[in-house]
Write a protein that binds this ligand. Structure first.
Ligand SMILES: Cc1cc2nc3c(=O)[nH]c(=O)nc-3n(C[C@H](O)[C@H](O)[C@H](O)COP(=O)(O)OP(=O)(O)OC[C@H]3O[C@@H](n4cnc5c(N)ncnc54)[C@H](O)[C@@H]3O)c2cc1C
Length: 386
């Protein structure tokens, strides 16, 4: 692997860096799990799109710049370095977008991708149901064909960004006699369609990070189906592969956290428990290893390879690394770790607690780590099924 950047890549980095320095909002936006913050983040997506920075590696015709995946990594490095806002449309741009490129018809790509890149249509993911979380094959929500439409019934839950999003993608049972992974279809549904009810789920902090979505005879055109009927599992697994294996969590996110942790340790080293030094070093090494591993994955993809079951290794690594980094920060902070963002004298300490609480969810979303370990055991190590 050649780890030197080409002049073109260096120029791209410089262009991204200058643009971000000029455009990243000076004051942090409100959380995108509030109505006001969601709109602020949508506006930010529009600003990114005007410079064709919202989906840099997409083809130009769909709103991207057609750059390589390696340049996408460079973009992400600069993005986190600049402290730019979180991506409210990550479900769309990083997960559904690549899935549409692989399985969408030309009409579907032209219809959905530019509006996704522009932040005009923000997407929620509808996999989970009350009785189908880890076991997605237990999905019970149905879509029955009726002429040129599907009639959709059932419930999805834990839809991130769902409270304010415009569209939902999910899998629904189209063959009522099917079982498990068969007979499911991937469908794109506007959340303002008649028969669709979105109910926000308030979290402990009062923000609405999730929604549950109910379908009561909602009519959705058959043209909104992605991929063949009853083949939704295959399409959904491609989406999950992008999620776990590459796009959702770029290494820059963790390198940035590791850098902050090292700075934080240096500032407090005198008072800190010396044992924590090892944990800080480990955090930094983990973030660097993850970055190198991602460069390896990207090189493979650029030479025609694909992401397989090893996406599960990746998902376990980033989620456990994130948790470890935040636990280390809280240990360094001692009793002050409990200061909430905005508490008197908290300064920016509260960010570590916020980050820790979100990191706790890492081993759960995008498929729990127990399930990823099952995948690794069965598909990578060829161990017998449990
Ligand atoms: C922050 C966050 C964001 C999310 N966003 C979305 C979203 O946008 N869209 C969406 O559809 N869902 C979303 N989810 C839901 C998430 O996908 C589910 O919570 C997850 O798949 C687990 O499902 P469950 O909660 O029903 O737990 P269960 O499936 O009931 O699992 C409970 C426990 O049992 C373990 N377990 C279950 N089966 C096995 C097995 N076969 N072997 C070993 N252990 C097992 C699990 O690992 C877990 O520890 C989100 C969750 C979180 C926390």
């Amino acid at each position: 692997m050649d780890l030197t950047y080409t002049p073109e890549e260096e120029d791209f980095r410089q262009e991204v860096r200058s643009w971000l320095e000029a455009h990243v909002p000076r004051r942090p936006l409100k959380s995108f799990d509030t109505r006001e913050g969601f709109q602020q983040h949508r506006e930010w997506e529009r600003t990114l799109n005007e410079a064709r920075f919202s989906a840099v590696n997409w083809p130009v015709e769909y709103g991207g710049r057609g750059v390589t995946l390696l340049q996408w990594l460079i973009f992400e490095e600069e993005y986190y370095r600049a402290g730019a806002p979180g991506r409210v449309n990550q479900n769309g741009i990083f997960l559904l977008g690549p899935t549409l490129m692989e399985f969408g018809t030309p009409e579907q790509k032209a219809r959905y991708l530019p509006r996704m890149a522009a932040g005009d249509e923000v997407w929620a993911q509808g996999w989970s149901e009350p009785n189908a979380g880890s076991d997605m094959a237990a999905i019970r929500a149905t879509a029955r064909k009726d002429g040129d439409d599907y009639i959709v019934n059932g419930q999805k839950t834990w839809c991130s960004r769902g409270a304010f999003a415009d569209w939902l993608f999910g899998i629904f049972r189209t063959d009522p006699n099917s079982e498990r992974h068969r007979g499911l279809t991937f469908i794109l549904i506007p959340l303002n369609a008649p028969g669709v009810t979105v109910r926000a789920i308030a979290q402990l902090d009062g923000e609405t990070g999730f929604a549950e979505v109910f379908f009561d005879d909602a009519r959705v055109p058959v043209a909104n189906r992605l991929g063949p009927e009853n083949q939704g599992w295959k399409v959904a697994m491609a989406t999950a592969g992008f999620e776990r294996g590459l796009m959702l969590r770029s290494p820059a996110r963790y390198q940035n956290t590791a850098r902050r942790l090292v700075e934080f340790y240096r500032a407090h080293a005198e008072a800190a428990d010396p044992c924590l030094r090892d944990a800080v070093v480990r955090a930094w090494l983990n973030a660097e290893s993850y970055a190198l591993n991602t460069y390896w994955t990207v090189s493979r993809l650029m030479s025609g390879g694909s992401i397989g079951a090893e996406a599960s290794l990746n998902k376990i690594f980033w989620s456990e690394m994130d948790l470890h980094m935040h636990e280390t920060a809280l240990a360094l902070l001692g009793p002050r770790a409990e200061l909430l963002r905005g508490a008197p004298d908290a300064g920016n300490i509260g960010e570590w607690l916020d980050g820790f609480l979100f990191a706790l969810a890492g081993p759960i979303y995008a498929g729990t780590n127990e399930i990823q370990r099952n995948v690794i055991a069965e598909r990578l190590l060829n161990l017998p099924k449990g």
